[in-house]
Each structure stands twice: as C-alpha cells, then as structure tokens.
Design a protein around this ligand. Structure first.
Ligand code: HEM
Length: 172
C-alpha cells in the first residue's frame, strides 16, 4: 500500500510543519502595532489552523490508522509512536484554545503556552521519526497480554466467553 503510505507521509509533513509554523505566526502577535496588524495575524493563523493544519492532521491520522489495518505494524514501537502522536494531538487542541483566546491575551510576548507547545511538538515529532525509521526492538513484555491476543475483542463481546475481568458486576 505505497500510495496509502504516501498520503500518510504527506499529511504528517504538513501537520507537523503547520504546528510549528502556527507558533511562528503567533509569535508575530507580540509585535502588533495596530488593530489592522492584529486582524491580519488573527486571520492568517485561523486560516492556517482550519484550512491546512487540521485537515492535514485528520489525513495523517486517518491514513495511519488505515495502514495499521492493512499491514502488520502492531509492534511495541508502534505503541510508543502512538503515545507520541497523542502529544501532537494535545498540542493541536491547545492551538484551538490559543486562537480562541487570542483577543483576550493582548499583544504581549509569546505566551508560555506557545513555547511549551513548540517544544512538545518538536520532541514528539523527533521521537516518532526515530521510532518509525529505526523500528527499535522494544520489550513487548511491558504491554498487557490481551493487546497481542488474536480475537480478544471479538471474544470479549460474547458474555459466555468474556474473561471475568471484563464482565460488568450484576446488580442484586
Ligand atoms: C494515529 C496516528 C498514526 C498512525 C496510526 C500511524 C501508523 C503508521 C503505520 C501503520 C505505518 C506503516 C509502518 C510500516 O510500514 O512499518 C506508518 C508509517 C509512517 N508513519 Fe505513521 N502513524 C500515525 C501518525 C504519524 C505521525 C504523526 C508521524 C510523524 C510525525 C508519522 C510518521 C510516519 C512515517 C515517516 C512512516 C513511514 C515509515 C516507513 O515506511 O519506514 N506517523 N504509520
């Protein structure tokens, strides 16, 4: 599924670059001189977030999830990668907060929140690229056993076969 991987990597590249570009755009917020400047930065950052970065994020995660189904990729490093992807998703949602509160924060120095977002995005993206490219042999023993048990989810839907740990307590 080379084409799917191509779509995944295009989405990922635009998503990560966009998350960092947004920070650069919002740093310009500290140098606004007038209302017109402020409106320009606000429009540019909202357009970048809604029109480019969010769709790219959806495409990256959607194509990545499809790749999980078509390939044999459920290795321990993939779970570490998904944890780093969760950091990117939290950073993405934090931008929504920053953009909605832009007017209230005023023309100050770039806020601490934006600095933390940039550091988190950079660290998570580097970790993901290391994990997918080096595919390190992490110890799968740290994962719960049911994660690698074929047919576990199907069996857990059947109350007769469900493991007792998953059964809901009956009301008396
Ligand atoms: C929910 C999110 C994601 C899922 C489910 C996912 C899943 C996958 C899967 C299954 C593959 C194929 C692995 C293989 O063929 O061995 C892959 C490849 C790749 N992913 Fe993701 N991914 C996600 C997000 C990301 C993100 C955010 C990045 C980068 C920041 C990324 C970077 C890559 C790269 C560079 C490859 C190509 C690796 C290679 O072919 O050697 N992925 N991804």
């Amino acid at each position: 599924m080379l084409w799917l991987k191509f779509i995944h990597i295009c989405g990922v590249a635009i998503w990560v670059a966009g998350l960092i570009y947004l920070a650069a755009l919002l740093v310009g917020h500290s140098t606004v001189r007038d209302q017109q400047d402020f409106a320009r930065i606000r429009m540019a950052s909202r357009f970048a977030y809604m029109g480019l970065v969010s769709p790219a994020g959806f495409i990256a995660v959607g194509a990545g999830s499809a790749l999980l189904f078509v390939g044999d990729a459920l290795h321990p490093w993939m779970f570490a990668k998904l944890a780093a992807v969760a950091v990117l998703a939290v950073a993405h949602v934090q931008y929504a907060y920053v953009l909605t509160h832009l007017a209230e924060e005023g023309a100050q120095q770039p806020t601490l929140r934006i600095r933390i977002i940039v550091i988190a995005v950079g660290a998570a993206a580097c970790a993901i690229f290391y994990l997918v490219l080096a595919k390190p042999a992490l110890d799968g023993a740290i994962l719960p056993e049911w994660l690698s048990e074929p047919g576990f989810l199907k069996r857990s839907e059947d109350p007769a076969q469900a493991p007792s740990a998953l059964q809901l307590p009956h009301r008396q």
